[in-house]
Design a protein around this ligand. Structure first.
Ligand SMILES: *Cc1c(COP(=O)(O)O)cnc(C)c1O
Length: 465
């Protein structure tokens, strides 16, 4: 059949609270134009994040009841450990309450002043934990990643040339190289097996360990099976084995490809590093056999890690994301191509060319998507990521002005995606009337979470280039 259906039936439903356009105009004003300040009940389609927002399966809910809450040596931990070892092939498994706790433990142990951690693109919590240890996080994503309209298949890849230069220059200060699959901050774009092998070869040459940020390992494996010539059609389990055979360890947020609402882990081959991590674990997370998780959460993640490798599930997930991306591109709406693993990214700089970067086109677009149809998205542009020139103190624009529509796992159906398309198209048709926003108050760091904004009048039409 040509139609790819949701490979599940719905057993429990959560009503969506519908709102009118007038109500949404009022609610977004009351939230000072910050989508993080909205109550989630006032959102019709919530695409703020795909983290911990997915639906669990009936087998996961059943597994919760099996959860054993013993402080030490719980059978739930043994099941969790067995699944992680089987899927990733890494022996020492350390549970944490979510991904950033795993990062905190790892970089607390191997980071520190004078160290440099190269990656394709560090996720924001990863960068924060590297920097909190005193080390420096540097990104060497491949050049193709910067062109939002090119259809290159593996825009999450590491730039091997720049990584080599970095290792040659300061290899003795590099505690590990980190490859994030898929590359979340880089648009959910995958990393090829060939690129991972090339990174591994460099790590061997310079004697540096390779770690993988595994949050979306299954989506990455699926995209390898679709896009990498030598790997086409291989079982996802085998591709995952080949990816992780190259790594000395990994960190994981089970809120993504663990198909759970909370949880994470760190897995390492080196027994001595595992001992150090467990010593730190017991201080900040919990005992070695539960970390930061309840026994029932360990069970839900163990079950989720098996389900996420189902080819039917991955087909459906990517088909729905690709459907939206192709429809948008087809009507000329600027969208990052090709479709990534977990989200759709609108290119707000091209959608609203009349708005300069320092009037935040991405935020202006996200506000309009909410008013138009109650869709909550997230600006990933100069509001979230602007830098500061160390000499002049002036703000530097982000590399791209994007709006991310992250798709929660197994949560929305085809008709929700059609509704989303209708909302985006309605905003597109009135795009010339949309003005930028200015900040009325914001904290000095992570301003996008709590900032307050005001709308500016749209620029006169003649100013549109
Ligand atoms: C979400 C995420 C993290 C952090 O995980 P949390 O569970 O949110 O703490 C780290 N890396 C990547 C790539 C992520 O997407």
């Amino acid at each position: 059949m040509k139609t790819i259906i949701e490979p599940f039936r719905i057993k429990s439903v959560e009503p969506i609270h519908m709102t009118s356009r007038e109500t949404r105009e009022r609610l977004i004003q009351e939230a000072d134009l910050n989508l993080f300040a909205l109550k989630s009940d006032d959102v019709i389609i919530d695409l703020l994040t795909d983290s911990g927002t997915g639906a669990m399966s009936s087998e996961q809910w059943a597994a919760l009841m099996r959860g054993d809450e013993s402080y030490a040596g719980s059978p739930s931990y043994q099941r969790f450990e067995a699944v992680v070892r089987e899927v990733f092939g890494i022996k020492n498994v350390i549970p944490t309450h979510q991904g950033r706790a795993a990062e905190h433990l790892l970089f607390g142990a191997v980071g520190g002043a004078g160290k440099t951690v190269p990656g394709n693109t560090h996720f924001d919590t990863t960068r924060a934990n590297v920097e909190a240890s005193g080390a420096k996080a540097v990104d060497y994503c491949c050049a193709e990643s910067l062109d939002t309209s090119s259809n290159s298949p593996f825009k999450g890849n590491m730039d091997i040339g720049r990584l080599r230069d970095c290792l040659a220059r300061e290899g003795q200060n590099v505690p590990l190289v980190l490859v994030t699959v898929t590359n979340n901050a880089g648009g959910g774009q995958p990393v090829s097996l060939a690129n991972l092998r090339a990174v591994r070869a460099l790590c061997d040459e310079f004697g540096v360990p390779l770690f993988i940020d595994a949050c979306r390992f299954a989506e990455n494996a699926f995209l390898i099976s679709k896009r990498e010539d030598s790997e086409k059609g291989r079982p996802l389990e085998d591709i995952v084995h080949d990816m992780f055979r190259l790594a000395d360890g990994c960190t994981m947020s089970a809120k993504k490809d663990g198909l759970a609402n909370i949880g994470g882990f760190i897995a390492v081959r080196n027994g001595e590093l595992a001992r150090i991590l467990r010593e730190r674990l017991v201080v900040t997370e919990g005992f070695a056999t539960y970390g930061g998780m309840a026994g029932r959460d360990l069970e839900a993640v163990a079950q989720g890690l098996r389900e996420v490798l189902s080819p039917e599930y991955q087909e459906y997930r990517h088909a729905s994301i690709q459907y939206v991306v192709e429809r948008l591109a087809g009507i000329g709406i600027p969208v990052v191509q090709p479709a990534g693993g977990h989200a759709i990214f609108l290119d707000a700089a091209r959608f609203l060319p009349q708005i300069p970067w320092n009037e935040f086109p991405g935020q202006a677009l996200a506000i309009e998507l909410y008013i138009e149809g109650g869709v909550r998205s997230c600006e990933i542009g100069s509001l979230m990521l602007a830098g500061v020139d160390p000499e002049t103190g002036a703000e530097i624009p982000a590399e791209r002005e994007l709006v991310r529509l992250a798709i929660p796992r197994r949560t929305y159906t085809q008709s929700h995606m059609d509704y989303l398309l209708e909302v985006i198209e309605a905003v597109w048709l009135r795009r010339e009337q949309i003005g930028g926003v200015e900040i009325t108050s914001a904290p000095p760091v992570l301003r996008h979470f709590t900032g307050k904004y005001r709308r500016r009048q749209p620029a006169p039409r003649t100013a549109v280039s």
